[in-house]
Write a protein that binds this ligand. Structure first.
Ligand SMILES: *Cc1c(COP(=O)(O)O)cnc(C)c1O
Length: 391
């Protein structure tokens, strides 16, 4: 059977294979009547902290709320500045403004698309000159690969900053820190994760997680997760409703044991693509660039939440792929420093040139674990066809 359609993501393939177990999990919560916090959430928190090799893990309502809660727990607010990459999903930048702090955006590395440590340092100095108290830096482990944590932690120590890792796209991803393999989200002060359905570990709706290795921060995160109530109805602090639903927690408990297998599927697909693109001849012509791996020899050095191609004539290619029924997406078309909602921060075009070209040249192609070799061949053939017609 010849292939004529490849979706960007096939959630039915993954969740469908586990339907009986997942529905049984939903039924367990239904029958227990324990919908808010309680044993299912606690059980999942234990399982996921063990998976991540993290001292603490707390289920929260989303990856976005994980970031807001992390900033609140660190007491970041008015008069403070927080440094982050200009190139990420909106939540990373939005969370900083939502707690009343001033975001300072750094440019990215041209190969990994993660925050550039040198640019981050410049942003810190600029924020200090502007009279802000720089409190934290949020590196994002974009597309499933860790930012340069060695350099980020070094800079954070130098300036006395908290480090919040946005690991929403990188659960289970590893990097080398101080000569050891470490999991994304366990190196800085707080790690933030998302279980949005399109992440490597997705639930049946919204969900997220915060991690920390610090006893005091753990207590604070836990307190603020439920309106700062301690005891119930007594509030020394203002928190929010940042809880993970028990149903989502129990579904995640079913899915978590399969996560490494799904990472492996994505990693194998990435490897397959490398081979197919090499054979296609498109690489020598400089028409496309494959994603860089910072740690090619490290297990889970890149878990490929997204497989991003850097291409010429991106928008025309995108239309062509869409015509060919090949799912694709632009992550992300507008860097934070050029978003309308941040216009008052005074950034202009040219301030973060690497992110600006990445925003114009990157395109995501399907890499989900259940993809077949025939589907990948169809994707690569279609891209080859496009450039053959163009030239
Ligand atoms: C998905 C994502 C978030 C937000 O997670 P939600 O669960 O959708 O709120 C934050 N940061 C990054 C980098 C993400 O990819």
């Amino acid at each position: 059977m010849s292939i004529n359609r490849v979706p960007l993501l096939d959630l039915a393939a993954q969740n469908g294979a586990l339907k009986t177990e997942i529905m049984a999990a939903v039924e367990r919560v239904f029958d227990s009547g324990k919908f808010i916090m309680g044993p299912f959430v606690e059980k999942f928190e234990k399982e996921v902290s063990s998976y991540l090799n993290s001292k603490y893990a707390l289920g929260v309502s989303s990856g976005t709320d994980a970031l807001v809660l992390a900033l609140m727990a660190l007491g970041v607010g008015k008069g403070d500045a927080v440094i982050t990459t200009t190139f990420s999903f909106f939540a990373t930048g939005g969370a900083i403004s939502r707690v009343g702090a001033r975001p300072y955006f750094a440019d990215i590395e041209s190969d990994t698309y993660n925050i550039c440590p040198r640019s981050a340092k410049k942003a810190i100095i600029k924020a200090m000159e502007d009279g802000y108290k720089v409190r934290a830096i949020i590196p994002v482990h974009l597309y499933g690969q860790c930012a340069d944590m060695e350099s980020i932690m070094h800079i954070a120590n130098e300036y006395g900053l908290y480090v919040i890792e946005d690991a929403a796209q990188a659960i289970g991803s590893c990097c080398i820190y101080k000569g050891e393999a470490k999991q994304a989200g366990t190196i800085g002060h707080i790690g933030c994760f998302s279980f949005f359905p399109s992440k490597n570990l997705g639930c049946l709706g919204d969900g997220g997680l915060v991690t920390t290795q610090d006893d005091v921060l753990y207590d604070k995160l836990k307190l603020l997760r439920t309106h700062g109530a301690r005891p119930k109805y007594y509030h020394a602090e203002i928190g929010g409703n940042f809880r993970l639903d028990a149903i989502q927690a129990e579904v995640l408990s079913v899915k978590l044991p399969h996560l490494q297998k799904w990472h492996d599927g994505r990693k194998n697909n990435a490897k397959q693509y490398r081979q197919l693109f090499k054979e296609s001849g498109l690489l020598e012509k400089g028409l496309i660039t494959l994603p860089a791996e910072r740690y090619p020899n490290l297990n889970n050095g890149h878990i490929y939440n997204q497989f991003m191609l850097r291409v010429q004539k991106r928008d025309d290619l995108r239309n062509y792929l869409t015509e060919k029924n090949i799912g694709n997406e632009i992550y992300y078309p507008v860097p934070f420093h050029l978003q309308k909602c941040f216009a008052d921060l005074g950034y202009v075009k040219g301030d973060c040139p690497e992110a600006e070209s990445a925003a114009n040249e990157l395109i995501a192609i399907p890499v989900y674990p259940e993809l077949t070799i025939e589907q990948m061949q169809y994707v690569v053939d279609s891209i080859k066809e496009f450039y053959a017609k163009e030239n």
